[in-house]
Ligand binder design. Structure first.
Ligand code: ATP
Length: 375
């Protein structure tokens, strides 16, 4: 059992690449924390520093109270599972599981009982005599987890362990990992770029971008109260639509412009004083795809926006429609999207009216940080 603390960690590689910038983070004893972020954001580097495979340029890493910066990987008692399982191909499952214990010089009887217990826990008992090549991808992954677990590590690190598996197997093993972690209560740091995996596995998720911690919170917090436009756009599928907008006062109250339409902020979950401090500036307004609805016939909502569809994705129970995002110079940028109740009729090129409720609007300051929002 262990608590892991990163304090002001920075990592600069020899070629000048800054992979981690002043990152502070605590993983509680027995917690499964997920590190989430796009490719290159520094997730693996952070894990490798905890494992002792890279040294931080500055800052402290502690396991419980002990500073581990200068300890070798072996002294840290950390187990790591990667996306390529790295099983020994010429050894049986039992020998693969036993290998780390043999290396420690553990007595044979003890090894046998540990291997048996781990095999049982991971439903590998019937496969102990097989070689890795005679196992399915999911079974290999379970052996890799077993081999990490058998050492009874203080901390378990997983770096995209599911990325070689197909969708169905990913779902199943995700549940196996969640159960295993709950049962063993081994402090676990799990790295992924897949937000669904992150949201379903971690009670807390740390979102990273370019080596910087953007937000730490539950799936619900990241979705409902994103700290900035990056988290808003990254969490959710598709992510939040962001519109650049002036913030104006029309004599009655503040308003923004969303997809070319004026939207009054009366009733929005923002304090008048906070809005006043940004009056006249260019803000960013966000609305989730599920915050946009098809306006009913002629009765256009006060906050209706007119869009021309550039894409229609029909899923069984809903339709995701896309429309071009236009910046101030009139250039079309990436696409925005709306998640609508299922219907057959919509086609690319259709002009439709979408409505949005002002409570579903999010505001971000010019630097992209969220304005404080009421509950
Ligand atoms: P991915 O999901 O693609 O594995 P990641 O979030 O795990 O990405 P890292 O592998 O931690 O990202 O890399 C972070 C940054 O550090 C990247 O810009 C990467 O190119 C750089 N980097 C990683 N290792 C080295 C190295 N040994 N020397 C120089 N730069 C490196």
């Amino acid at each position: 059992m262990a608590r892991v603390t990163f304090t002001h960690i920075t990592k600069r590689f020899a070629d000048g690449t800054q992979a981690i910038r002043d990152l502070s983070l605590s993983v509680e004893d027995g917690e499964l924390m997920v590190l989430l972020g796009p490719s290159g954001c520094g997730k693996s580097t952070l894990l490798r520093m905890l494992a002792g495979l890279e040294a931080p340029s500055s800052g402290e890493i502690r396991i419980d109270e002990a500073l581990v910066n200068h300890l070798s990987p072996r002294q840290r008692n950390i187990a790591m599972v990667f996306q390529n399982y790295a099983l020994y191909p010429h050894m049986s499952v039992a020998e693969n599981l036993a290998f780390p214990l043999k290396m420690q010089g553990m007595a044979r009887d003890k090894i046998r009982s540990r291997v048996r217990a781990v095999a049982e826990r991971l439903s590998l008992s019937a496969l102990l005599d097989r070689q890795p090549k005679a196992l399915s991808g999911g079974q290999r992954q379970r052996v890799a987890m077993g081999r990490a677990l058998v050492r009874e590590p203080k901390v378990f690190l997983m770096d995209e362990p599911l990325s070689n598996l197909d969708a169905e197997l990913r779902l199943q093993i995700r549940q196996d990992i969640a159960r295993l972690q709950r049962d063993t209560a081994i402090t676990t740091l799990y790295v992924t770029h897949d937000q669904v995996e992150a949201m379903t596995l971690g009670r807390r998720i740390a979102v990273l971008k370019q080596g910087e911690l953007q937000q730490l919170g539950s799936a619900h917090e990241l979705y409902g109260r994103p700290a900035n436009t990056f988290v808003a756009g990254f969490i959710g599928s598709p992510g939040m639509n962001i519109f650049e907008t002036p913030l104006r006062h029309d004599g009655h109250g503040y308003g923004v412009v969303v997809a070319g339409q004026s939207v009054s902020l009366r009733g929005a979950p923002y304090a008048e004083a906070d809005l006043a401090s940004f009056a006249g500036q260019t803000l960013q307004a966000g609305v989730r795809p599920e915050g946009l609805h098809l306006s009913a016939g002629e009765e256009k909502n006060a906050h209706g926006i007119e869009v021309t569809l550039s894409g229609v994705e029909r899923l069984g129970h809903e339709v995701i429609v896309h429309f071009p995002a236009i910046n101030r110079s009139g250039d079309s940028l990436a696409e925005h999207s709306a998640r609508l109740a299922y219907q057959d009729g919509l086609q690319i090129g259709d002009e439709i009216s979408l409505s949005l409720a002002v409570e579903d609007l999010y505001l971000f300051d010019p630097s992209g940080s969220a304005l404080p929002r009421f509950e």
